[in-house]
Design a protein around this ligand. Structure first.
Ligand SMILES: Cc1cc2nc3c(=O)[nH]c(=O)nc-3n(C[C@H](O)[C@H](O)[C@H](O)COP(=O)(O)OP(=O)(O)OC[C@H]3O[C@@H](n4cnc5c(N)ncnc54)[C@H](O)[C@@H]3O)c2cc1C
Length: 319
């Protein structure tokens, strides 16, 4: 019997949804392959977060050295836990997970599969579906259960909050800080903003919004629809909306009931984050925009005209 190690991430003191996704799939693989599940988390306040997760063991790496993510310190901590009996190491395909996963795989001389969107057991073989070429192709690869590392894109599976357990918790002191001097800490984005992954209706705006002042048109439409405003990356890069609203490869993966893509061209990096929405409605003034290839309904129109007209119409209906 071996162990599957899940590296958990905390967000405002709670495990991230992505960690719960990993734990659910880790348990499925562990049951099929006869392994146990160990979750590893960092920070002094992690005990409450792991108390009832569906894992056999929970290791909390504590101490000031792990208060903020530091590649070498975290890497050494995970390497203390990953042993010869480790069948699989699972991390989120997040900023931290991609960095840490690659380092652990290299140090242990084990294979790594990144950008996974699925992991299934085919008999005794674990098969990973991994996005390549920016999400244009899916590759299916067999993952040896002899210590391979996988990183999974958050949002790939539903979060099953019904699963609970009572893991044996042990604390480990963080290994001595790496011989590096911390010169700058980038503060984690506040979790106070709305969570776009939980919204049923997303009014998503792209560069076609043209000016930050026009965002109020999207806000008004979202309000009357009972939805939330999200966006493509250029809108975030311009500083018009926070990164927490970004959909796509370097943003969030969303699967709302309705995704309204307004003035978004449909670049592969954007599609990666929203192509599995239940209903995609695209509006663009360019009839050849690639977003129309994935949209269930589309209209060629100027969004700056359409948004206020639609809001007015819907307000009239609501009244
Ligand atoms: C490593 C990497 C990661 C990336 N990650 C992401 C990511 O997570 N999310 C993401 O979105 N992008 C991401 N990108 C960027 C991506 O490649 C595209 O550049 C981006 O998605 C384009 O955003 P857009 O569609 O808003 O802008 P554009 O491609 O400029 O499209 C704007 C669209 O608006 C239309 N338009 C303009 N004015 C109007 C109007 N008045 N009415 C109607 N339509 C109008 C235009 O016809 C056009 O189709 C990433 C890129 C890289 C290299």
């Amino acid at each position: 019997m071996g162990q599957i190690v899940v590296v958990g991430e905390l967000l405002d003191g709670a495990l991230s949804d992505g960690t719960f996704e990993l734990l659910t799939r880790a348990r499925d693989i562990a049951s099929a392959a006869g392994h146990t599940v160990t979750v590893v988390t960092f920070g002094d306040n992690a005990r409450d977060a792991v108390r009832e997760v569906d894992a056999d063991d929970a290791v909390i790496v504590s101490g000031p050295a792990v208060a903020d993510y530091q590649p070498e310190t975290y890497e050494n901590a995970v390497l203390q836990i990953v042993g010869e009996d480790t069948a699989l190491v699972m991390l989120g395909n997040t900023t931290m997970g991609m960095d840490l996963g690659a380092a652990v795989a290299a140090r242990k001389n084990r294979p790594m599969v990144a950008y996974c969107t699925d992991l299934t057991m085919d008999g005794a073989v674990l098969v990973a579906t991994s996005q390549v070429y920016g999400g244009k192709l899916n590759a299916e690869v067999e993952v040896p259960l002899t210590g391979a590392v996988v990183t999974v894109i958050p949002g790939s599976w539903p979060v099953d909050s019904s699963r609970a357990g009572s893991p044996a918790i042990r604390e480990e002191a963080a290994p001595s800080p790496a011989n590096l001097e911390l010169t700058r800490v980038i503060e984690a984005e506040s979790g106070q903003d709305v969570d776009i992954t939980k919204a049923d209706i997303l009014v998503s705006v792209g560069r076609g919004i043209e000016d930050p002042d026009n965002l109020e048109l999207a806000d008004a439409l979202a309000e009357v629809l009972g939805g939330v405003v999200s966006c493509s990356r250029p809108v975030v890069d311009a500083g018009w909306l926070p990164r927490s609203r970004q959909v796509g490869k370097s943003g969030k993966t969303v699967k709302p009931k309705v995704y309204l893509a307004l003035g978004i061209s449909g670049a592969p990096e954007h599609l990666q984050g929203m192509k599995d929405a239940e209903l995609i409605i695209a509006v663009n003034n360019d009839e050849r925009a690639p977003i129309f290839d994935v949209a269930h309904y589309g209209a060629t129109a100027d969004i700056l005209d359409l948004m206020p007209a639609l809001t007015e119409k819907l307000e009239g209906r609501a009244g």
